[in-house]
Design a protein around this ligand. Structure first.
Ligand code: CO
Length: 293
C-alpha cells in the first residue's frame, strides 16, 4: 500500500503520464522469485553422488539464498532410483513444479560435458516453458562444460593439474569422455584431445560412444612405447561408464583391453564434478545466464 501511494505521489508531483512507473504499470506483476535448476544425466552409483553433492555445495556458495533444485535426464536412472525410494524429477517435471510454486525466473544448468543431444533437448524444452501462458518471466539455460575454446583450454589445464601426483612423464594418461557418434558436438572431444596434447603429448582423450575411441588411441600408446597408463573419467560423475567400461573387469573394458596389450593400468575413479577448477567452469556459465534473468 505504502509503495502505491508513493508512486501516486510521484506521478502527481512530476506530472508523469500514467504507466511511467513500473509499480503502477503492472499491478498484477509477481515479485521476482529466482531458482537454479541443476540438470545432470543422473547416476545410480552411490559413490558417484559425491560429484553432485560437491557441485551443489559450490553453486549454493556462489548464489547464496537462491533456491537450488535437481533434475535427472535419464528415465532409466530415475526409475531405478525411484525403486529405492529416491525420487528425482525429469527436467520438464522439475520446471513445471517450479512454475507451480510461483518461481518467476529460472537459470538451468546443464552438467553435460558437450552440447550434445541432452543439452539441445533441455534447451528446447526450457525455451518452451518460457513461452507458456502464466509461465516464467525469464528462463535461461547455461552452456555445458565445453562450449568455447576458452572452456576447452581451462578444462584441459584442470584435467592435467588433477592427474595423480605419482604419474611419471613417460606414463600415458587417457581421459574417458562419453561421446556420441551421431551428434556433431562429438567433434569437441577431438578439440579437447588436441588441447591435452598441447600440454603433454602423453595425455590422450578417447570416448566410449564417439570418436576417438580406444581403438584409435591404442596404436599411439604402442608407438610411444608407453608402459603405464592412467585412466581418468572425463564425465561429471565416476558412474557406470567409469566403473564398468573404464575400470571394470569385463573383457571389453579399457582396463582389460590395455592389460591384454601388456600395459600396467591405473584407473582413477573421480568424476570431473569433483574437481574445483572444472566445477568453476560450470559455475561461470551459470553466472553468465543468471545475471541475464
Ligand atoms: Co552412456
Amino acid at each position: 500500500m505504502k509503495k502505491k501511494s508513493l508512486c501516486a505521489l510521484l506521478l502527481t508531483v512530476f506530472l508523469l503520464p500514467a504507466g511511467t512507473l513500473q509499480c503502477l504499470a503492472a499491478p498484477g506483476a509477481k515479485s521476482p522469485k529466482k531458482a537454479i535448476l541443476l540438470v545432470a544425466f543422473g547416476t545410480t552409483v552411490p559413490e558417484a553422488q559425491k560429484s553432485y553433492a560437491y557441485i551443489e555445495a559450490e553453486v549454493k556458495k556462489s548464489f547464496p539464498g537462491v533456491e537450488t533444485r535437481w533434475a535427472f535426464e535419464s528415465g532409466i536412472i530415475r526409475a531405478k532410483l525411484a525403486a529405492e525410494g529416491k525420487v528425482f524429477l525429469s527436467p520438464a517435471s522439475a520446471l513445471a513444479q517450479l512454475m507451480d510454486e510461483g518461481f518467476t525466473h529460472v537459470a538451468v544448468v546443464s552438467l553435460q560435458t558437450i552440447p550434445g543431444k541432452e543439452f539441445h533437448d533441455l534447451n528446447q524444452n526450457a525455451r518452451l516453458f518460457g513461452q507458456m501462458a502464466g509461465g516464467f518471466e525469464g528462463i535461461q539455460v547455461a552452456w555445458p562444460l565445453l562450449s568455447s575454446h576458452e572452456d576447452i583450454k581451462r578444462a584441459a589445464k584442470a584435467m592435467f593439474d588433477n592427474i595423480p601426483a605419482g604419474r611419471k612423464p613417460e606414463d600415458a594418461v587417457v581421459l574417458m569422455g562419453h561421446g556420441n557418434a551421431k551428434h556433431p558436438s562429438d567433434a569437441i572431444y577431438m578439440a579437447m584431445y588436441h588441447a591435452m596434447q598441447e600440454i603433454d603429448p602423453n595425455v590422450f582423450v578417447a570416448t566410449v560412444e564417439g570418436y576417438p575411441g580406444m581403438d584409435d588411441i591404442l596404436p599411439k600408446l604402442k608407438e610411444k612405447k608407453v608402459r603405464k597408463v592412467y585412466l581418468m573419467p572425463f564425465m561429471a560423475v565416476a558412474g557406470d561408464h567409469a566403473l564398468n567400461d573404464m575400470a571394470g573387469d569385463k573383457p571389453q573394458s579399457w582396463k582389460s583391453i590395455l592389460g591384454r596389450e601388456g600395459f600396467t593400468v591405473e584407473p582413477v575413479l573421480k568424476g570431473t564434478g569433483e574437481y574445483p577448477e572444472i566445477v568453476g567452469i560450470w559455475i561461470d556459465h551459470l553466472r553468465e545466464v543468471f545475471n541475464r534473468l
